[in-house]
Design a protein around this ligand. Structure first.
Ligand code: CTP
Length: 430
């Protein structure tokens, strides 16, 4: 089942020049090393869809690790091998990543024939993969350069916009594929094929997702956070009764979905005042909206997000009540808001903005504006010039200046200096 089209020109048109050149080099190295090498997986799928994708996935018929080692040397990069699985991950100095898998040539099955001619081991490797659209290959050796190899009608499923497993036990063997199927469905606006959907539902009902390690679930979840159609994926996960199995601590309520849907328009008002925001962390903060500290802690315990994520999630959960109460207060001085807000991450501030009613949103915006405008001009250096002996008093003075500036008590250098003098005479009198 080979199609006639040669994909070399398509690769050349779609891929950045240095990536295409590298694929040509890989083909040449494969020839000189006398192994059959194929481009597989996501890149082939995306090439057929006309989408750029620079993550290289290779299958080697022969010794994948030896070939990877050769590539690391020729293309300059670092290699991480998993001997047990015959796989290797290459991190090239130019920033590109290459995953390599070994398709074991099973000579005992082909005592006479050359397995490479039959593509026997490649076919087996592809058959063990997740979906037909991800199980196509493109030959990289000279004799089959650019040739699409499509054993399982992946091309036809792409055209029909279908996500289809290759064998009935696929979801049982790897339940994370249930989550992947939804990610691809929403990314490409495809449909999960009827039988595939039934197998997925059955695996869900039979609690196969509960067997997956927290770390693998986290990896899948992080991939979803990067998807453009993340919210559609969330909704589908909930609809298929998957959400509560993978994120039992964080309930996906209609309210939270509403916040998520309005993140972009809400943040546009704040980004110039706030600076960079990590969208993944913001999403997690919103997902924690209904969860109390105990639940957030349980989620962190299970998923072990990054150090920064863990800290921000816990701190936000911890300060939530205090901050809402403060924002609801009447005539709260800016310096009071600052006391709670100065140590909050940009993501946390944006989170409070998104979930707060209009009057509180106005207070947050006003605070962020003033925080930028009302900055003391007198610095530590100036204090030295004023003849003040360096010590802990510097911190006290600078802190006092910040407060006075924020609340509009001093508005010029002269006023700052007189405030300092006033403060010091009071100190002396004590
Ligand atoms: N794969 C699989 N089962 C999984 C994960 C991956 O069979 N649970 C196979 C698929 O053939 C997939 C390839 O490994 O195409 C590479 O995996 P990955 O890089 O995770 O996925 P991509 O298909 O490249 O998807 P993405 O565009 O999200 O990177």
């Amino acid at each position: 089942s080979f199609t006639g089209e040669n994909f070399a020109s398509r690769m050349k048109a779609l891929l950045p020049a240095h990536v295409f050149k590298m694929i040509e080099d890989i083909g040449a190295i494969a020839d000189s090393e006398k192994v059959a090498v194929y481009l597989v997986g996501g890149m082939v799928r995306d090439l057929l869809l006309g989408l750029p994708n620079v993550d290289l996935d290779l299958v080697v018929e022969g010794n994948g690790i030896a070939f990877g080692t050769k590539l690391a040397k020729e293309l300059t990069g670092r290699i991480y091998c998993h001997e047990k699985f015959g796989t290797a991950n290459l991190f090239l100095n130019n920033g590109l990543k290459i995953d390599i898998a070994t398709a074991r040539t099973e000579y005992y099955e082909f005592p006479a024939a050359l397995p490479t001619v039959e593509n026997g081991s490649l076919k087996q490797d592809l058959y063990r993969r997740d979906f037909t659209i991800n199980a196509m290959a493109i030959g990289l050796n000279h004799h089959n350069w650019g040739q699409l190899i499509d054993f399982f009608c992946g091309c036809s499923d792409l055209r029909r916009k279908l996500i289809r497993i290759l064998y009935n036990l696929s979801f049982v063997e790897d339940p994370t594929r249930i989550i992947r199927s939804i990610r691809f469905e929403k990314r490409y606006d495809f449909t999960i094929e009827e039988d595939t959907l039934r197998f997925a539902q059955k695996a869900i009902e039979q609690n196969f997702l509960e067997r997956v390690s927290a770390n693998r679930l986290k990896e899948e979840f992080v991939l979803i956070l990067k998807e453009k159609n993340m919210i559609a994926i969330f909704k589908r996960l909930k609809e298929m009764d998957i959400w509560s199995r993978i994120l039992p601590e964080l309930e996906l309520t209609p309210g939270i979905l509403h916040f998520l849907e309005h993140v972009t328009e809400d943040s546009s008002q704040l980004t110039s005042l706030l600076g960079p925001v990590d969208p993944g962390l913001l999403t997690l903060l919103l997902l924690c909206h209904q969860a109390d500290e105990k639940r957030v802690a349980a989620n962190i315990e299970r998923f072990q997000w990054s150090k920064k994520y863990n800290l921000v999630l816990m701190k936000t959960a911890h300060e939530k009540k205090k901050i809402h109460a403060m924002l609801q207060g009447k005539d709260v001085p800016i310096s009071k808001i600052d006391l709670l807000f100065r140590d909050l991450s940009n993501e946390t501030i944006l989170y409070f903005y998104i979930v707060s009613p209009d009057p509180e949103q106005k207070k947050i915006i006003n605070y962020l504006r003033l925080r930028k405008e009302r900055i003391p001009v007198v610095s530590g250096k100036d204090l030295k010039m004023l003849g003040i002996k360096p010590g802990p008093v510097y911190r006290e003075i600078l802190e006092m200046l910040r407060t006075a500036r924020l609340d509009g008590i001093v508005q010029s250098r002269a006023e700052e200096i007189s405030l300092i003098k006033n403060y010091l005479t009071k100190e002396e009198m004590l």
